[in-house]
Design a binder for this molecule. Structure first.
Ligand code: KG4
Ligand code: ZN
Length: 349
């Protein structure tokens, strides 16, 4: 089954084609993908402007589809089904992909399915080099979410813990802004941290001894105070690198300790990390080392499939379509949508 995936929940227009018949080949079923980022469009406003995001998705969807089909050497008639992001996200942005996908599927007389953006992230590591078997604990760390989830199967999710304030990616973005680095902050902090000393400054590790929830607002304040004390945003480049490295170290340390705790609590030995922050190399390397000590393994997607993309939507859509699920002609997007509300996908009999 060849599934076209469409991601338009925020500021990236991502399209990809997943072919289940190629799942065992080197490309893991990913025939091709295109991604257009609106980062420059929103940069002057200091954040995503929803109306501009929607208009830009509309502008880009048709040319990107043409580019994708040419890349895959396919025509529209080769597509068997369409998966689009139905939520959570910006309602206007979601509607562009949903209406485009639903209408195209109607025109081609093929099924369409609305996909949960975070389920897309959560399942993306199944397209990775070392795909995990269920059950596993998943750390979902993106710009809007920080959640620890026990996953027994597709659609069988239990939230073990989550952030009570900022998301981990949001915290990376805010710390980057304070250091004068451009959005998205995560990759820029990681780059600057590469030349810094992670032990230069002691930053808080919030709520380490309190269950599996996270809190990052105190860490943000601590970075703010540190920058004020050291004049770090406009002073010595080494001081800035040391602040970035110390911040990244504190974030990773907190995330890793909670992951270890979650695995023990759930009695599981596989951890999946997904979402934009899972592209962070320091997080990956620290998890590899710490989980080896408890005979557990960590699984993740290739970096390009950690941040928003169409491939994860195509893959999650494929899993649900092949289990017989599909949406009717009505298009309904869900800007706020708990992952736990998804129907369980029962194995085919
Ligand atoms: O999953 P994603 O692309 O979009 C959302 O659904 O939110 O995640 C974006 C977030 C941003 O906050 C970005 O700064 C962060 O992921 N991020 C990273 C890295 N790459 C992206 N954070 C830390 N290290 C990275 N290498
Ligand atoms: Zn995302």
């Amino acid at each position: 089954m060849k599934v076209l995936g469409l991601e338009t929940s925020c500021d990236e227009t991502g399209l990809a084609i997943f072919d289940s018949e190629q799942i065992n080949s080197a490309n893991k079923g990913l025939v091709g993908q295109v991604l257009y980022s609106q980062i420059e469009l929103h940069a002057v406003y200091g954040g995503v402007v929803p109306e501009l995001a929607s208009r830009d998705h509309i502008r880009k969807l048709v040319p990107l589809l043409d580019e994708l089909l040419a890349q895959c050497d396919m025509s529209k008639n080769d597509i068997d089904a369409i998966a689009y992001t139905k939520g959570p996200g910006l309602i206007g942005a979601l509607m562009t992909g949903a209406l485009f996908g639903r209408s195209l599927a109607y025109g081609l007389d093929i099924p369409a399915i609305g996909v949960h953006h975070m389920e897309g992230h959560l399942l993306a590591p199944l397209m990775g080099a070392n795909p995990p078997a269920f059950p596993f604990v998943s750390l979902l760390v993106s710009g809007g979410h920080t959640q620890l989830i026990a996953a027994q199967g597709i659609g069988q999710y239990e939230i073990l813990g989550e952030s009570i304030d900022d998301a981990a990616g949001e915290c990376f973005d805010k710390a980057a802004k304070m250091l004068g680095l451009p959005y998205p902050g995560g990759p820029n902090i990681a780059k600057l941290a590469g030349t810094g000393n992670p032990n230069a400054y002691e930053l808080p590790r919030p709520m380490l001894h309190r269950g599996l929830d996270f809190s990052f607002s105190g860490m943000k304040t601590a970075v703010h105070n540190l920058i004020k004390d050291t004049a770090g945003s406009d002073s010595d480049p080494q001081v800035r690198a040391d602040i970035a490295a110390s911040f990244q170290h504190a974030m990773v340390d907190t995330l890793v300790k909670k992951c270890v705790k979650a695995l023990k609590q759930a009695g599981m030995s596989r951890l999946v990390i997904a979402g934009g922050v899972s592209a962070n190399m320091h997080l990956r390397e620290t998890l590899e080392a710490e989980l080896a000590k408890i005979n557990a393994t960590v699984h993740y997607a290739p970096p390009a499939l950690c941040t928003d993309n169409g491939a994860m939507i195509a893959y999650a859509g494929f899993e649900r379509l092949q289990a017989g699920q599909a949406d009717d002609l009505a298009v309904s997007c869900v800007p706020r949508w708990p992952l736990t509300e998804l129907p369980a996908l029962l194995p085919a009999v």
